[in-house]
Each structure stands twice: as C-alpha cells, then as structure tokens.
Design a protein around this ligand. Structure first.
Ligand SMILES: *[C@@H]1O[C@H](CO)[C@@H](O)[C@H](O)[C@H]1NC(C)=O
Ligand SMILES: *[C@@H]1O[C@H](CO)[C@@H](O)[C@H](O)[C@H]1NC(C)=O
Ligand SMILES: *[C@@H]1O[C@H](CO)[C@@H](O)[C@H](O)[C@H]1NC(C)=O
Ligand SMILES: *[C@@H]1O[C@H](CO)[C@@H](O)[C@H](O)[C@H]1NC(C)=O
Ligand SMILES: *[C@@H]1O[C@H](CO)[C@@H](O)[C@H](O)[C@H]1NC(C)=O
Ligand SMILES: *[C@@H]1O[C@H](CO)[C@@H](O)[C@H](O)[C@H]1NC(C)=O
Ligand SMILES: *[C@@H]1O[C@H](CO)[C@@H](O)[C@H](O)[C@H]1NC(C)=O
Ligand SMILES: *[C@@H]1O[C@H](CO)[C@@H](O)[C@H](O)[C@H]1NC(C)=O
Ligand SMILES: *[C@@H]1O[C@H](CO)[C@@H](O)[C@H](O)[C@H]1NC(C)=O
Length: 887
C-alpha cells in the first residue's frame, strides 16, 4: 500500500507542475495544435511523406501489440496508409538526418499531459495508461533509440529483459513504476552513454549485483532506485561512488543499510565531485560515515534529504561547510545536542531547513543574524525555548513556519506579526503546543498577509480574538488557549475565505450574533468547551457547506433552528452538553446524507425518536443519552446501513478541503468526546473505529427491537437507565463486534441468552438492575465478569452470583449464534483499538496513536507533521481514496 502512496506522490509532484503550466498556457488554439501534431497525417499537398523506416515501424507495431491501450492513446499508430509515418506517432521522435526513431516516450507524465489535453484540461490521474504482458523483444530493432520512457506502463511483474543492454545509444531510460520484478540484468551496464536512469517503485530483487553493472554506467548523472529493497546491498555507496558524473541520487525507502566504508570508497579518484541532489530519506541509516562521505561533496550539494533515518548523536560539523546547500532535511532522526550559529553560519544559500522531530536544541545568540533567508522553516518538536527565537525576526519572506511543540514559554513578540506582513501569501504558520502568552490586537495584524493555515492552539493566548484574524487565514486553529470576551468580534467581519475556525476550549462567552451569512464558506466550525449561551441564531443555516459543526459543552438553549436542515454536507453534528430542548427534529434524517456523527447528549430534548432518523445511512455514532426522550426505539433502526457493516474503512473521520484555487488541500481529522465505559474522553486518532448507539438515561419504553441485532458493526450499545421491557433477544449474539453492552437499569425480564457469551470481544457488560431470572449461562468469558454485572436481578442465579437452588429449573440453553463471516480477526476487535484511545492526550502527539496501524498512514502523518510538502502527501492519500472508490 505504501508503494502506491509514494508512486502517486511522484506523479502528483510532476503533475502539480504540469497543471501550473497548463494554467499558464492552456488555450484552445494550443490544444488543437497539439492534437494535430500528435495525430496529424503529415500531409504536404496530397503526397504523404513517410520518413519512417519500415523495420522500425514494424517493431513499434509489434510493441503496440503487447500493450493494452485502455485510453486509446495509440490510435495514431497503425498500418493504414495515412498512418504510415511512424515518426508522427504519439510518443515517437525520429532523427531529422537519419530518420531513425530516437525517442519512445509512453511514460506516465507524457501520457497524462496528452490525455489531459484531450479531456480539455480536466485532470484525471489513472494509475496506468497502458498494461502489458512484457516489453516486446522487437524493441531491439530500434537501435538508435536515445530516449526510452515506459514509466507506469504496467508490465505485470516481468523481468527487465537482457536485451535492454543492446540499446547502446540510450541516454535516458525511465522505467519507474513499471511493475518490473526479478533482478536487473547486468547487461544494463553496457549502456555507457546512459545519463538518466530511473528504476524506482518497481519490485526488483537481488540488487546485490549492483556493483557488477552500475559502475559501468560512466555517463550517468541521474540515478533513482527509490522504493526498491536494497537491504542486502552493503556496498551501495561504493557503487555510487564510481560514477564520476553523478549529480542526482535518490534512494529513498530502500531499507538502505549503513554502508561499509573503505578509505578507497571515500577517496576514489574517479568519484563524482559534483553530487548536487541526495535523497536518502526513509532508510535505516545510522552511521556517521555517511557524513564523512558527504563531506566529499560539500561544495556541490544543493539538496540533502536524510529525514526518517536512525541517525544519532550530534549534528556533524560538515553540514556547516556546505557553502551551496539550498535545502536541508534532517527531520525524524535521533540527533541530539545543541545547534548553534557555528553549524549554520556557512549556509548562506539555504532556503529550506527542516529539523523537526529530532532531539536537537537550537541555541542561538539573541542578536544572531543568519546568513540566509528561509522559505521553509520546519523546526517542530525541536527544543527552542524558553525564549521566543529572536533570529526569526531576520527572516522576512518565509512561506512555512513550524515551531510547534518547541518548549517556548514566552510572550509573543510584536515583531512576529510584522514579519508576516512582508511575505507574500504564506502556506502556514504553526506555533501550537507551546506556552506562548500575550494578547493579539487588530492593529498588530492589520497588515498581515493571508495565510492558508494559522495554528496558535495549545498555548496561553488571552484577551479578545481580534476580528481581523478571521480574515487573515483560511484555516484558523485557536483552540486550547485563554481567549475570552464576547463573541461580538464576529460581527463586522466578512470572512468569506475562512474554511475552518476552531475556537474550542477557550473562555469565550456570550450569545452568538446572528450574522453567519458572512461565513458562508465555512466547512468546519468548532466552538466546543466555551461558555456560549442563548439560542442558536437562524443565520447559522446559511453555512451551506458546513461539514463539521461542534458546539459541545456550552450553555445553548432553545430548539435547533429549522434552517439547519439546509446543511446538506454535514458530517459531524455535536451539540452535546448544552441546554437545548424541543423535539428531535425529523429533518436530521432527511437530506443530510453524509451525517456520520450525531451527538445530542445531555440536553433537554423530549418526545420520541422520529422514524425518519432511520434514513441516516452514513451514521456511525448516534448519542442521544441524558435527555427526556420517550416512546419506543424504532424498529427501522436496522436500515442504518453503515452500522450494519462490520469494520471501518478508516481509523479517523477526516475531511480534505481546498484552501486555495491552485488546489492546496489540507486534511482535518474530526474529534468527538464520547463516554466510554463511564469515562468521557476525546477521540480523534481512532474515531473512525467507533460505531455506537447510546440512548441511555432517557425515558424510553417498550421492547428492545430485535432488528437492532442487524447492526452487526456496532462496537458499543448503551440503552441503560430507561424503562425498557421485554426480553433480551437470543439473536444478540449476532453483534460480534460489540465491545460494550449496557442494558442496566431497565425493566428487562426473562433469561440471559447464551449467545451473549459468544461475543468474544465483549469487554464491558452491564445487565444490573433489571428483572432477569434463571441461571446465568456458562460461557467462555463468564468468569471474567464481576457480580455487579448481574446485580439487582433478584431472580438471577449461578456464577458469579450465588448458586441456584436445585428446584430452580433452567430453560434449555439456546445455541450460541455463530457468526456467519469467519473473517473474525480474533481478539483484535475494533473495540480493542477504541480502548487504546482511552484517556488519550489529544494534541500534537494525539495523532501518533494511529501510527502503529498502517505504515502508509504513518508516512502521511509524519510528512504532515514534518510540514515539508505536506499538501502533496495529503493529495496522495486523497488520490488513493478516490481510486479505491472507483475500484
Ligand atoms: C488541426 O488544425 C486545423 C487548423 O490548423 C484545425 O482546423 C483542426 O480543427 C485541427 N484538428 C484537430 C483534430 O484539432
Ligand atoms: C528537425 O527539423 C525541424 C523542422 O523540420 C527543425 O525545427 C529542427 O530544428 C530539426 N532538428 C534538428 C536536430 O536538426
Ligand atoms: C498490473 O497488471 C496486473 C495484470 O493485469 C494486475 O493484476 C495488477 O493489479 C496491475 N497492477 C496494478 C498496480 O494495478
Ligand atoms: C553486454 O554485457 C555483457 C555482460 O554484462 C557482455 O557479455 C556483452 O558482451 C555486452 N555486449 C555488448 C554488445 O557490449
Ligand atoms: C528487504 O529484504 C530483506 C531481505 O531480503 C527482508 O528481510 C526485508 O523484510 C525486506 N524489507 C522490506 C521493507 O520489504
Ligand atoms: C537534480 O538536482 C538538482 C539540484 O537539486 C535539481 O535542481 C534538478 O532539478 C535535479 N534534476 C532532475 C532531473 O531532477
Ligand atoms: C531505527 O529506529 C527505529 C525506530 O526508532 C527502530 O525500530 C529500528 O530498529 C531502528 N533500526 C536500526 C537499524 O537501528
Ligand atoms: C434553506 O434552503 C431553502 C431552499 O433550499 C431556502 O429557501 C431557504 O431560504 C434556506 N434557508 C436558509 C436559512 O438559508
Ligand atoms: C415505566 O413503565 C411502567 C409501565 O410499563 C410505568 O408504570 C412506569 O411509570 C414507567 N416509569 C417511568 C419512570 O416512566
């Protein structure tokens, strides 16, 4: 799975550039011109001039035979008279002088360009444009090829053919993500003119023979073997070092071992002196010998990526001598010690510095003026405090700043905002998870440029939220501070750019003003854990795009305004812990097809549960507990289709949203507070796993409908403290995902069905204070339950209560209802994961809870935290999701 992510990343990285080019130069005339060039006939007058050499045409046609051309891109390739000139075929170039085909480019980038033009610029990102059984050996009849690119042609696990070594004129060989398996033929070493070689994202094995072919590619300037397993190639550095002209080296995600170093390796006379771009991220490198080796290139290195390795110790001095370095990424390592001016004062060209999630301490003199002007300052989780880093004052044009979780305990200096007013639009500023104090005034931020994301959460900011702040960003995170005062700051602002506003956990109070038409593009609004009161204003209904509305734990009163029924995109609606009243609106079940979380907990709602709510096909968490709801539980609950599915598609409940017209996409994970086994906790990293219905502490009556047992995805079912009657249905055992079942404090009678004890993951059961009778059935888990689980049922007997007297007869035991699908993964039930979330410290590290589950998500998250290129990685995830939808 993680392969996909990175492969797509690569596509996106390129495509994002292509898209920009398109934006600049796409126009109809160009498009038709391109079309003509690609598919035209090359007619001069009436005579068809055919430059193409016949044997080459035949070779190409038989190559085409081996491909499945699902997108019909090779329609210009054919034997028909008007298609004779293969030099005019898509992807082919011929030499003017000799008419030999010199270029065959069916690589993904090129095909994507062509295809997008055909689609009038509309972007689509198919994973493959072509599939094929193998690379046709007829290619050998194109000996003049200089440029061969079959990247992302799915060659379905075949081996790179030996004859590749015969294409001796090749300069460019692009075969990334071509699904090659097996070994690399040593014949490839015959390509002594080759300058560019990209074999990344294949499934190549036995790369131990690297030294038998790579050093012979003496013209190579660009080498990419990323995402192939090089864990056994201990002499990779020796091989690389024998390439005198190499400038670009990418070996990320290769399980690279720390190299064996001989002095001959380090001081090879033939070795490149001009390495400019080195990307060794996501490996397990530990050895400082890497730095000794890199010191050979200290004058030429421009980009150095070593993040996500196992480097330890202090930062080597050699970094400071890399007088050309533009981008340095050392994040996610275990470097420790202090970085001072000495380490960085030689880096005058530096534009991007990423040291986040290392254990480095940054300690600069408060008057230090760095020799560089950075674009990207990514220093999250470094130790920079307690004082606010003064040197940032000298950085006038950055686009990304991450100094989150950096141990800063200081007043925010006023120059900080001035610094932001000089930059052009910025991508993000993240000061979260520090102890930064102070107030923010309108005048301070009057000239601040627009930031796509501004994160000041988990600090000590106080005073009013200045209205202009709402205009300064499209995603504004101000939660967990001490902002106070009335909410009137909303009034004068037209914040049409604002997509996300998180003011939760502050000291804000007052009534919400009725001016929400100014916020019509809001997607996410979180006002939870404040002291707002009064009615919900009618104009809140104008937040027509809203996806998450969280008003939990305030003092709101009155009914839910009916204008909220216009929230057709709503996914999360949490108004729990307020003083709202009225009937539960029927419209909640009508026209809100995406509603996933609905929390009305702890209010004064009354009346019965409208049957319309059974239409909530996406619902995953339904919590109406602690209200005055009466009537019976609707039988139609079994049409809550998402709850009738076992498992979850995602660990989190996430939204992707655009914050700019050029497609900058951010990711937001929803958070909700849930009562789980009696403890209220906030869930975020595992929220997607929770599937629950909580109706406890109401006045519900009647029987528990047996239809509820169709909701086999339920992880938690809490119907306690009502007036429910009837018996527990024997079908209860169908709820195999249950981790929590609480039916206590009702009027339930009859016996306890044996099937209940066939629910292997049931962690918490409470049947106390009912009218249950008979013998408690023996089950595998029985002994683990406390007597309190069954207490308050005077007619119940058996372990763990007192034993039944002999005259009490027990009905014949019902068989355990066996679950139909046997893909049950043992004790690791969703509930198990959810329990992990208990008492989770939500915040910077909150996300790490999910990282243990899936490497690809870990990768996404790390990169998000890391900051560099975060949006690209987000897009990767998005792309993958889309693709999964299509499949
Ligand atoms: C080819 O170009 C001509 C004019 O140069 C134009 O009229 C025609 O529509 C183009 N053909 C296609 C298929 O775009
Ligand atoms: C090939 O021919 C085209 C037009 O006929 C010309 O624009 C191009 O410069 C030529 N290329 C070379 C390498 O001679
Ligand atoms: C490549 O093609 C094979 C055979 O058609 C198919 O099984 C495989 O899923 C394809 N690979 C991808 C990543 O789509
Ligand atoms: C290509 O390389 C192989 C060994 O890797 C060698 O035996 C063969 O002679 C070479 N062929 C040419 C044409 O140089
Ligand atoms: C790489 O290959 C080694 C040995 O062949 C294997 O132990 C290891 O699990 C592989 N690593 C990955 C990430 O596949
Ligand atoms: C090679 O690396 C340099 C320096 O980082 C970079 O500017 C250039 O674009 C890279 N070349 C390719 C083909 O990626
Ligand atoms: C690298 O670090 C990771 C996480 O800290 C650890 O699991 C792994 O064993 C380390 N690898 C090596 C080769 O030290
Ligand atoms: C809700 O939508 C209806 C029509 O879809 C519209 O007439 C009404 O004005 C909207 N209400 C609000 C408060 O926007
Ligand atoms: C519970 O239901 C019974 C009858 O079924 C009724 O007598 C009793 O008043 C109800 N209790 C409450 C608290 O509603």
């Amino acid at each position: 799975m993680e392969n996909d992510g990175i492969r797509c990343l690569k596509k996106f990285f390129h495509t994002s550039i292509v898209v920009l080019l398109f934006l600049q130069c796409f126009n109809p005339s160009l498009s038709s011109g391109f079309y003509n060039v690609s598919f035209g006939f090359g007619a001069i007058g009436h005579r068809v001039v055919t430059r193409c050499i016949e044997s080459e045409r035949e070779a190409l046609l038989s190559f085409k035979q081996g491909l499945i051309d699902d997108y019909n891109l090779l329609s210009s390739w054919g034997r028909e008279e008007h298609k004779q000139d293969c030099c005019k075929w898509l992807g082919i170039h011929c030499s003017n002088r000799t008419n030999h085909a010199t270029q065959l480019d069916l690589g993904w980038y090129h095909m994507n360009e062509v295809y997008s033009l055909q689609q009038k610029g509309q972007q689509e990102y198919p994973e493959y444009y072509f599939q094929g059984k193998m690379m046709s050996p007829k290619l050998i009849e194109l000996p003049h090829l200089k440029y061969l690119d079959l990247s992302s042609v799915n060659l379905t696990g075949t081996q790179l053919p030996d004859f590749i070594g015969s294409l001796s004129n090749l300069r460019h060989l692009g075969l990334w993500d071509a699904s090659f398996g097996g070994r690399i033929p040593t014949q490839i070493g015959n390509l002594t003119h080759l300058q560019f070689l990209d074999l990344s994202y294949n499934h190549l094995v036995n790369l131990e023979n690297l030294n038998s072919w790579l050093p012979r590619l003496s013209s190579l300037t660009y080498l990419d073997l990323s995402e192939n397993n090089l864990s056994n190639v201990h002499d990779w550095m020796e091989a690389v070092n024998k390439l005198p002209k190499l400038t670009n080296l990418s070996l990320f995600y290769c399980s690279l071992p720390s190299p064996l170093i001989h002095s001959s390796t380090l001081f090879n006379i033939n070795s490149s002196k001009s390495l400019a771009h080195v990307d060794l991220t996501f490996n397990q490198l530990t050895s400082s010998s890497i730095f000794v080796w890199l010191s050979n290139f200290s004058t030429s290195l421009v980009q150095l990526g070593l993040s996500h390795n196992n480097f330890t110790g202090s930062l080597p001095d050699v970094i400071g001598n890399m007088s050309s370095l533009v981008s340095l990424d050392l994040s996610f390592n275990q470097f420790e010690g202090v970085i001072s001016e000495r380490h960085l004062s030689g880096l005058s060209r530096l534009r991007s510095l990423s040291l986040s999630s290392t254990s480095l301490t940054l300690n600069f003199h408060s008057k230090w003026v760095p020799p560089f002007q950075l674009d990207y300052i990514i220093l999250g989780s470094c130790k920079m405090g307690p004082h606010f880093p003064n040197w940032l004052q000298t950085q006038k044009s950055y686009r990304r700043l991450d100094i989150s979780n950096a141990g800063i305990s200081d007043i925010l200096p006023s120059w900080f905002w001035e610094g932001l007013s000089h930059a052009p639009e910025i991508d993000y500023v993240d000061l979260s998870n520090n102890q930064i104090r102070g107030t923010i005034t309108n005048s301070q931020i009057n000239f601040v440029c627009f930031s796509r994301k501004l994160n000041l959460s988990w600090n000590q900011f106080e005073g009013q939220v200045p209205p202009l702040l709402l205009k300064a960003s499209s995603s504004l995170f101000l939660s967990h501070n001490k902002f106070s005062g009335l909410f009137s700051f909303l009034l004068p602002v037209n914040a049409s750019h604002l997509r996300l506003l998180d003011l939760s956990s502050n000291h804000l109070h007052g009534e919400l003003p009725d001016c929400w038409t100014h916020f019509k593009n809001l997607l996410i609004l979180d006002l939870s854990d404040n002291r707002f009161f009064g009615r919900l204003p009618t104009t809140m209904g104008s937040l027509l795009s809203i996806q998450t509305l969280n008003l939990n734990n305030n003092g709101f009163v009155g009914e839910l305004p009916s204008s909220l029924k216009n929230y057709t995109s709503l996914m999360v609606f949490d108004v729990g812990e307020n003083k709202l009243s009225g009937l539960i609106p029927e419209w909640l079940g009508v026209g809100l097809p995406h509603l996933t979380i609905l929390i009305l907990r702890s209010n004064h709602f009354y009346g019965s549960i409208p049957s319309q709510l059974c239409n909530m096909g996406s619902i995953q968490i339904l919590d109406f507990s602690m209200n005055n709801i009466s009537g019976s539980i609707p039988k139609c609950l079994n049409s809550l289709t998402n709850l009738a599915l076992r498992g979850s598609s995602s660990l989190t409940i996430s939204h992707y949203y655009n914050v700019s017209s050029i497609g900058l996409t951010l990711l937001y994970d929803d958070e909700a507070s849930l009562i789980w086994k009696g403890i209220m906790s906030k869930y975020k990293s595992t929220l997607g796993l929770v599937k629950s219905i909580h109706l406890s502490s109401n006045r519900l009556s009647g029987e528990i409908p047996s239809e509820i047992t169709d909701l086999v995805g339920l992880v938690s079912l809490n119907l306690s403290r009502n007036n429910l009657t009837g018996q527990i249905t024997p079908k209860i055992g169908k709820l195999q995902s249950l981790d929590l079942l609480d039916l206590s404090n009702n009027q339930i009678h009859g016996t306890i069905p044996t099937s209940l004890f066939g629910i292997s993951g049931l962690g918490k059961l409470d049947l106390s204070n009912n009218h249950l009778s008979g013998k408690i059935p023996m089950g595998s888990q029985l002994q683990t339950y406390e007597p309190s689980v069954f207490a308050g049922n005077p007619l119940l007997c058996g372990i763990p209560l007192q034993t039944c007297s002999p005259e009490e007869t027990t009905p014949a035991e019902q068989p355990v209802v066996k679950n139909q699908d046997e893909d049950n993964d043992g004790f690791i039930t969703p509930g198990f994961y959810v329990s992990l979330g208990l008492g989770f410290v939500v915040g910077f590290w909150g996300v790490c809870g999910s990282l243990i589950f899936d490497r690809s998500w870990r990768y996404t998250y790390f990169k998000l935290l890391n900051g560099l290129n975060d949006w690209l990685y987000v897009k990767v995830a998005l792309f993958r999701q889309r693709r999964m939808l299509v499949e």
